[in-house]
Design a protein. Structure first.
Ligand code: HAM
Length: 436
């Protein structure tokens, strides 16, 4: 039997692991889309495969992603291509390629789709995972950074995801980072022997990466590292102060983490991460920040930008913890199940269409042609809210019994006679939905 590639999931209806249930995914992705559309971001759909050089230059050769996690291949034309490990580099590539700076430099984009990283799979960490992300191009003002934090706050609220901690930090402009680099190197030099092998190498080339190392020994060294705030230029400090003021005024709670650096090299200025204790080791649900140099580095005009990405699997894990399986059926199962006996099939299909036209009701018509008993068994199995058996009698009378399957499941045989008209059915379904 051929199985799915390790670390790659099948999201499907009725998955045993609730976080892989497509009902949970529909909930998370449609709520995220509502929030992002509400902030006037527009969806882009970008390629999954890009030239390897885009990520090597964009994310940085020294990062874990580029140095050890990329799925790269050589195509028939001998080009080195890579399955995107994240969405920002591709978004910038598209922004530059279509010369959007010339038409309207300010662009608000969002995206949703799979990303690929060859990490060791574990709960919350996969090799194909989904991100929903947003990028705002063309605004240097701190209001743009604050908009990201406010939007993320709204996203958590809309998903009813609680117990989220927001950490922010500022990497400053090039001058600030250069100054901090020297200060940090000086500090790390004194404790170089305590660092892991990778960090001993990084400390010379890219000392900020050491702050991001997950090893306990390196973390211990980092705890006492100097705070970047002291190295910030006046302009960076003023910018970062304003971001924090605006976010606070908008009701966002956050803490400043002096050692937050993020695992990608393109960041400048404000950076942030959202995490939750409810997820264990893979606790980061969102990461993002400013990357004012990337558009120019990838060949475009100097263009400030800021963005974030959230992991869908991790959001789905949080949502799945909250809902019970019977609720999942409510999210995804049919509201109405029509079970036609021989001769009533055409009327059942027409009636189902009438109901569907009247609102967002999900109606399943049993098309098995089987016995009523089996049809009703299936109605139960798919978690339908109500069911109607349609036979000759019902067609003649123009009325049938509407069975409330939720109360039936509790042993309470509740059914009402109802006229076979779309309007009446919808009113009855709405009533059942309220009582559920
Ligand atoms: P990132 O921090 O690498 O940032 O990823 C963002 C989120 O994607 C993480 O917080 C996590 O929820 C999820 N994620 C990352 N790797 C995995 C994995 N292996 N399995 C499951 N979920 C994962 C970025 O990707 C940046 N492009 C964010 C950004 C956008 N910055 C500016 N604009």
């Amino acid at each position: 039997m051929i199985q799915a590639v390790k670390g790659m999931n099948d999201v499907r209806p009725g998955a045993a692991e609730a976080f892989l249930d497509s009902a949970v995914w529909d909930y998370v992705t449609s709520r995220a889309a509502e929030v992002l559309n509400g902030y006037a971001y527009r969806q882009v759909r970008l390629p999954l495969l890009e030239e390897t050089a885009l990520f090597a230059r964009g994310i940085g050769e020294d990062t874990d992603i580029v140095s050890k996690e990329m799925y790269s291949l050589t195509d028939r034309g001998d080009r080195s291509l890579t399955l995107r490990p994240e969405g920002t580099a591709g978004a910038v590539r598209a922004y530059v390629e279509h010369a959007l700076g010339k038409t309207d430099a300010v662009q608000r984009w969002w995206y949703l789709g799979p990303m690929f990283r060859a990490e060791a799979p574990q709960k919350g960490r996969y090799r194909q995972f989904y991100q929903v992300g947003a990028e705002l191009f063309g605004v240097a003002a701190p209001q743009a950074d604050a908009e990201m934090l406010v939007m993320l706050n709204a996203l958590c609220r809309h998903l009813e995801v609680t117990d989220v901690s927001v950490r922010v930090n500022c990497l400053g402009d090039a001058e600030s980072r250069e100054r901090y680099r020297a200060v940090l190197q000086e500090y790390l030099r004194g404790r170089a022997s305590e660092l892991c092998e990778t960090c001993q190498r990084r400390f010379a080339t890219n000392p900020l990466r050491v702050l991001d190392c997950k090893r306990a020994t390196c973390r211990a060294v980092v705890t006492a590292a100097p705070d970047i705030l002291a190295s910030l230029s006046e302009a960076s400090r003023v910018h970062f102060d304003l971001v924090q003021q605006l976010a606070t005024a908008a009701g966002v709670s956050f803490v400043r983490d002096p050692h937050l650096v993020r695992g990608l090299d393109y960041y400048t200025g404000t950076i942030f991460e959202l995490a939750t204790a409810a997820l264990g080791a893979q606790d980061a649900i969102v990461g993002g920040g400013r990357y004012d140099d990337l558009v120019a580095e990838l060949g475009g005009p100097p263009t400030p930008a800021v963005g974030f990405a959230a992991g869908i699997e991790r959001l789905a894990l949080l949502v799945a913890k909250r809902v019970e399986h019977k609720d999942l059926a409510w999210w995804s199962g049919p509201h109405l199940y029509l079970a036609p006996m021989a001769g009533a099939e055409a009327r059942a299909m027409a009636l189902a269409d009438e109901v569907r036209r009247l609102g967002p009701w999900r109606v399943e018509v049993d098309v098995s042609g089987g016995r009523v008993k089996n049809q009703m068994r299936r109605a139960d199995k798919v978690g339908a809210l109500a069911a109607i058996v349609l036979g000759e009698d019902e067609l003649a009378k123009g009325a049938a019994m509407l069975k409330n399957l939720r109360s039936l499941a509790k042993g309470d045989d509740s059914q009402v006679q109802i006229a076979l008209k779309g309007g009446e059915l919808v009113a009855a379904l709405a009533q059942l939905a309220r009582e559920r």
